[in-house]
Design a protein around this ligand. Structure first.
Ligand SMILES: [Zn+2]
Length: 446
């Protein structure tokens, strides 16, 4: 990657004209024909958007011709972990324990590049998982033009209650064991309020907390090779199924309310991990911006979805990570469809990092598999992504293409309406008016 910064654009740099024949507009939830945009490389913003009759399409040295392709706003992944790589390579616990901070930062740098080239111009990164506040500095490195990557909204460390989301030591006799932390533990209304302040003070853009989390993972360890399995030595007569390591609440309602209240003071959106019906309902009632995961609710599914709808909570179902761990993905796809039918606002976030960065569109593919209409999936992956980052609080408009929005746009080879596979054929990527991929090849990266 270039050693100089990207922000130094000569003042005489002319605007770029972009011709399209098929452009998706998330506000209208429609593909528009024959649109032409102009972009200022100086500000990185869109300066005009207009309908064009083909005869008047002038091509100059400053024209980018994206006709014949499907042009979308740059995609937003609303749930990522830049400091994690695919669990199929290395289980998360081993990554957190054995990989040095330097290795993790280098990997994260590569992940940034892979994401951008896959058409992802924004990442909402929900926790470094043991890498402290390193995401803040990764974000700033991208913003300063030191490395290519998506615009990052980061959480630093997630909030969990004491013993709630930590490297587990239950069932150990050695109390002195020293392990790096993977969350910012906090308890009580005063405690969680202080934790939100700590996170925002460290530079977080978004506050993430665990409404609930799996417990008893060491008391009844899953067999090696199974989900969460970390030990070869099984025990006799463990509880069955989910009861072996159940998700249980980490915070009470007052604590969740206090987290959201304090984050709002700091104009930061809030993301809540929730895998139980109580967790989702309490987080939604507290007023979180998004609920993450929230699937597998069984007979409480309708009640849970209704609460999300009533609270205006954005739902990030993270189907892509669920696919890795659950046997019954079908019922989860049905839950997502039911959410859509009910009018729950959806956003696309894969929990990317659990699987490879660059493979982010898996979430869109699964939402399509759930039978959510293409236009709605694209809205979930663009405009709603901006909303998960705080909307107006994000400090920049992205996720749709109007005058004044960031010039984040991508072109897919072929016609997405006819062939979903086009999602994986990203031929062109522009972020903030700078081209990073042209004709399917990375440009401007060394
Ligand atoms: Zn996650």
């Amino acid at each position: 990657m270039a050693s100089s910064t990207v922000s130094i654009v000569p003042a005489a740099t002319p605007n770029i004209t972009i011709h399209t024949s098929k452009l998706f507009d998330p506000k209208q939830k429609a593909f528009l024909k024959d649109m032409t945009l102009t972009v200022s490389p100086l500000t990185g913003l869109i300066t005009s958007v207009s309908r064009r009759s083909d005869a008047t399409a002038v091509t100059t040295a400053h024209t980018t011709d994206l006709r014949g392709k499907t042009v979308l706003p740059g995609l937003v992944d609303a749930h990522t972990h830049l400091f994690l790589h695919a669990y199929s390579d290395t289980p998360a616990m081993i990554q957190m324990r054995d990989e040095s901070l330097v290795e993790r930062v280098i990997r994260a740098t590569n992940h940034c590049r892979a994401a951008l080239l896959a058409g992802y111009t924004t990442y909402r990164d929900l926790g470094t998982e043991g890498a402290g506040d390193a995401d803040v500095h990764l974000r700033d490195a991208v913003n300063r033009g030191l490395i290519p990557g998506p615009r990052i909204f980061c959480a630093t460390e997630a909030l969990g209650s004491s013993g709630g989301y930590e490297t587990r030591v239950e069932s150990r006799s050695n109390e002195d064991v020293s392990l790096g932390r993977i969350s910012d533990p906090c308890d009580g209304v005063v405690g969680v309020k202080a934790a939100v302040r700590r996170r925002l003070g460290a530079g977080a853009d978004v506050v993430k907390f665990y409404a609930d989390y799996r417990k008893r993972a060491l008391r009844f360890p899953a067999p090696l090779g199974s989900t969460g399995g970390s030990r070869g030595c099984d025990i006799h007569f463990p509880p069955e199924g989910e009861e072996r390591s159940p998700s249980l609440l980490l915070f009470d309602q007052d604590e969740m309310n206090a987290i959201v209240r304090e984050a709002k003071v700091g104009r930061a959106p809030v993301a809540a991990h929730a895998m139980t019906a109580e967790g989702v309902i309490m987080a939604a009632k507290a007023g979180v911006t998004t609920v993450e995961h929230g699937l597998g609710m069984g007979e409480r599914s309708t009640e849970v979805l209704q609460q999300l709808k009533d609270s205006g909570t954005i739902f990030v179902p993270t189907l892509a990570v669920m696919e890795l761990f659950v046997k019954d993905l079908k019922s989860m796809l049905a839950e997502v469809k039911a959410a859509y039918n009910l009018g729950v606002k959806l956003a696309c976030g894969g929990d990317t990092g659990a699987f490879a960065h660059g493979d982010n569109v898996r979430e869109l593919e699964l939402m399509l598999q759930a039978d959510v209409p293409l236009e709605e999936v694209l809205v979930a992956a663009t405009l709603h992504g901006w909303e998960t980052c705080g909307g107006e609080w994000a400090g920049r408009k992205f996720g749709w293409l109007e005058v004044g929005c960031a010039a984040d746009l991508i072109a897919l080879e072929g016609d997405l309406e006819k062939e979903v596979g086009a999602l994986r054929k990203v031929g062109f990527v522009m972020k903030d008016g700078r081209v990073w991929k042209q004709d399917g090849v990375a440009v401007g990266m060394v």
